[in-house]
Design a protein around this ligand. Sequence first.
Ligand SMILES: Cc1cc2nc3c(=O)[nH]c(=O)nc-3n(C[C@H](O)[C@H](O)[C@H](O)COP(=O)(O)OP(=O)(O)OC[C@H]3O[C@@H](n4cnc5c(N)ncnc54)[C@H](O)[C@@H]3O)c2cc1C
Length: 409
Amino acid sequence: MADTQFTLDLNDDQKEVRDWVHGFAADVIRPAAAEWDEREETPWPIIQEAAKIGLYSLDFYAQQFFDPTGLGIPVTMEELFWGDAGIALSIVGTGLAAVGVLANGTEEQIGTWVPQMYGDVNDVKVAAFCSSEPDAGSDVAAMRTRAVHDEAKDEWVLSGTKTWATNGGIADVHVVVAVVDPELGSKGHASFIVPPGTPGLSQGQKFKKHGIRASHTAEVVLDDVRVPGHCLLGGKEKLDERLARARERAKGGERVKNAAMATFEASRPAVGAQAVGIARAAYEVALDYAQTRVQFGRPIIDNQGVAFQLADMRTRVDAARLLVWRASWMAAAGRKFESAEGSMSKLYAGETAKAVTAQAMQILGGNGYTREYPVERMHRDAAIYSVFEGTSEIQRLVIARSLSDVPIR
Ligand SMILES: Cc1cc2nc3c(=O)[nH]c(=O)nc-3n(C[C@H](O)[C@H](O)[C@H](O)COP(=O)(O)OP(=O)(O)OC[C@H]3O[C@@H](n4cnc5c(N)ncnc54)[C@H](O)[C@@H]3O)c2cc1C
């Protein structure tokens, strides 16, 4: 008898989550999108609304994260970002910092810091993950922010400048990646918690951006920031062991995969799902418009030139979602990304969001070019998806390297 176990159907719990998140995206996020895009500010009241219903909470994301099929997070992301990418990123940006702690922290560190990142319903907080630097974007190994251990006080002293940090400077808890052993390149990095109110951490420039303008992006300056020893994620013993192993391998000339890079690879499908949400939103607006806009005495969708564009848009959105779901399922099932499937999903979904939002603008004609309609904003928002969490070129590099032993640069 045929094995009928394989299914792409969401189960009842997943459908419930999808519909619940969609309801919030449609009723609360989408109507506020244009306003917060113009204000270019963190939409605190909306984060608070999300917190009130449990949609901005550690519990909710942990539950989705541990969905054994892997689809809890991508389904949630797609619906939130369908509502609006800038606001949605303000809601899920904390998750990036939380994942940084979940990936590297001890159980005690996870229990102490991750709940603090979200605050509580009456006093919501956000968190920031600070890795990128002015001279270390794609080239993470060029990072310069140093962390030096002051053994006498068992404190770490962090100094340097981080850039592009989502929620940087407005966060309560900052997770900062810094160099502990410059000889080891990216294997000599470690992550630290900078607790709320720590002296020496300040916000530098806040960036005025092309899109996702409701999401705060800024430099974070670390001027001899002292944090207690227990703020080193994973603890000193584990760090020393890891560095010793890396030194051994470096001596033997062995190339080792960077743990932080492996974490990024695993988080990429979630970012791809965000792009799918934007692309689907723009496609839906365009489909609706094409059916109602009349030119030459007939709806413009009556023309193959328009209908075929919509067919391509829908096909790309579905294909992107399938790549995202495959990678999410693989990650949850503990399958290794042998062919950089995480990168494939982020690359294809990010490029799809850019292409589909551009096509949607074209279908809306002059209206598509104005801020009276949402596709112009969606197109600006989509542009970040070939840049952050690894540019499209870096995704191609990761995929290309997985294909053969040729050391492609
Ligand atoms: C809105 C926003 C939010 C962000 N949020 C965060 C955050 O929360 N935390 C954080 O740490 N970082 C964050 N980032 C940083 C983001 O991850 C980096 O911008 C990204 O990794 C690219 O780095 P870069 O901007 O320095 O570009 P560069 O690395 O300088 O790249 C410039 C161009 O060169 C290309 N390029 C570089 N190297 C290669 C190569 N080897 N082969 C081919 N092409 C190459 C790139 O693809 C790109 O097109 C954010 C960025 C933005 C814009």
